[in-house]
Write a protein that binds this ligand. Sequence first.
Ligand code: SAH
Ligand code: SF4
Ligand code: F3S
Length: 449
Amino acid sequence: MTFLIHTYGCQMNVRDTEAVTALLVAAGHTPVALEAEADAIIVNSCSVRGKAEDKAIGKLRQLAAGKRKHPGRIVGAMGCMSQRLGPELFKLVPRLDFAAGTRSERHMPRLVAAAAAGAGRQLALGTVDDPEVPHLHQPGSMSAYVTVLLGCNRRCSYCIVPDVRGPEYSRPPSEILDEARALIAAGTSEITLLGQSVLNYGRTRDVWQGAPPSAGGYREPFPRLLEAVSALPGLRRLRFTSGHPSGCTEQLARAMRELPCVCAHLHLPVQSGSDRILGLMRRGYKAEDYVAAVARLRAAVPDCAITSDTIVGFPTETEADFEATRALMARVGFDNTFIFKYSPRPGTPAAEMADDVPAEVKEHRNRVLLEDQDRIGLALNEAWVGRVAEVLTEGPSLRNAARWAGRSSQNKIVIFAPRPGMAVNDLARVRVTRAKPQTLYGKLVEQGA
Ligand code: SAH
Ligand code: SF4
Ligand code: F3S
C-alpha cells in the first residue's frame, strides 16, 4: 500500500512520524507525497492547545469525507490527541478507521493491515509500562532526532502533555548510543536529543547503574549522556531540547563548553516573567532563578543562543504580570521566542481556574511580545555582523536558488553565495554581512571542516 502521514505538533511528533514511516516501509508499504496517491492517510495529532485539536479534527473529517471520492481509502489518527480522546474520537470522526495513541508507534503496521482487511474500527492506546521505543529512522537525513526521554513528570498546571505522553521514562544509554551510531553510519551529521524536559534525563531512573563518574568527570546523568554521544566518531553536531532552569547546572554548562560538537543553543522556555504567574503555572522557579540559569550557561558559553516559549493570558494575568514578562524578555535577550495564547486544557489544574483574560487582551499581549521579540532578536542578530559563523550547509535556499542556506551552531538560519562544487552537509565558515530578525546573510570564508 501507499501511505501519507500529516504531522502536527512538536518535534516529538515529527520523530514519531519518522519512526512510523520507517516501520511501515519495513512492512512493505510505500510513502507518497500526495493525498491523491495514498491508500492510507494518517494524521499525527497534537493536543497542546484547543486550536491544535481543532486542526487535527478538521483534517480528519475532511479526509473521511474524501472517502466518497476515494473508496477503499484508509484514514487513521495517531499521537497526543488520539491518546487524549481515545474511543471518543470515533464519535467525532465516524468514518475513522483507526486511532493509535502515544507510545504505540510499533502497533501501526498491525493497525493499517487490520483496517485494510476490513476489520472495523481499531484502537491502540499507549500504556506507561511499555517502554519499547522504535529505533528505526528514514535513511539519508543529515539531521536527525533521537528521543531520549519519553513523557513528562513536571505537570505544569496548564499542560496536557503529562496526561497524553505519560510519566517519564529515560531510555538506557546503550540503546541511545546504538541508535546514534546507526544514524551516523547512514550519513547523519547532526543529532538532536529529544525530551519534553530533556535535562530530567536519568533523574527518575538510574540509567548509568551506579557507574563511577565518566572520563570527563561528569556525574549528572544528562551531561554524561552528552559526553557519550558527542564522542561518537563522525558526529559533527549535537543538540538537545527542551531545557528547564533546574537542569542548567554547572555540569551542564561545562559540558556545553568542553564537549566537541555540542552546539551553542538551548531552548529554555520561561513561560512568564511574573513570579505570581510562574507559581500558578507550577513551573518550579522564580524569574531570578531563570535569569541565574541563563547566566550560568552564558558564563561558560558566551555565544550561547537562548530561545524561549511564553504564554500570554494565563488565568488572572494582570497588566503588571505581563509587564514583568516584557521586562524579563528584555533583560535576558532571547534569540527567538514562541508566543502562545493560553488555552485551557481539560483535566489540567489551570482549567479549574476561570479563563478570565479576554480574547482581545490575549491577542494584544501576543502582538506586543512579537514586536518586542522582533526588535530584541534583530539586535542580537545584528551583533553577528562582521563575525564568522560556522554553518552546516543544507543546500539551495528555498527563496533564492542561487543562494545556499544552513544553520549556525546557535541554530540561526544563514544565507550565503555558494562556491562551485559546494557540498551539502559540510561545515562552512561564513562572515555575516547583514541581519534580519530570523535570518543572517553572509559571505563564505572557507569551505569544509
Ligand atoms: N516541554 C516543553 C514544552 C512543550 S509544549 C517545555 O516545557 O519546555 C510547548 C509550549 O506550548 C510550552 O512551552 C508552552 O509555552 C505552550 N503551551 C503548553 N500548554 C499550553 C496551553 N494550555 N495554552 C497555551 N500554551 C501552552
Ligand atoms: Fe508540559 Fe511543563 Fe512538561 Fe513542558 S515541562 S511538557 S510545559 S508539563
Ligand atoms: Fe503537542 Fe504532543 Fe508535542 S500535545 S506539543 S505533539 S507532546
